[in-house]
Design a binder for this molecule. Structure first.
Ligand code: FES
Length: 78
């Protein structure tokens, strides 16, 4: 049986701040998904760290299939 993750087929609309160091969870196990909470240390994987130059409203990928991680590229759609 596959291990349960927080991946879902719907992006998260988020208002992100400029200059803040974000860590996007790629393992899907963070309780704070799609933000990393360090669970990857036990589960495997590595977060994507990113910072914005200006405040921005973005769509964060939550299916894990985007080729533009951490951003949604529409890959969740069938
Ligand atoms: S907890 Fe998933 S990448 Fe850090």
């Amino acid at each position: 049986m596959p291990e349960k993750t927080h991946f879902i087929n719907e992006p998260l609309k988020a208002s992100l701040e400029a200059g803040f160091k974000y860590a996007y969870c790629t393992c899907g196990h963070a309780d704070t998904f799609p933000y990393c909470d360090g669970t990857h240390v036990k589960k495997g994987g590595k977060p994507i760290k990113f910072t914005l130059d200006r405040p921005e409203e973005v769509l964060l990928c939550r299916c894990g299939r985007s080729k533009e991680l951490p951003y949604c590229d529409g890959s969740h759609r069938p």
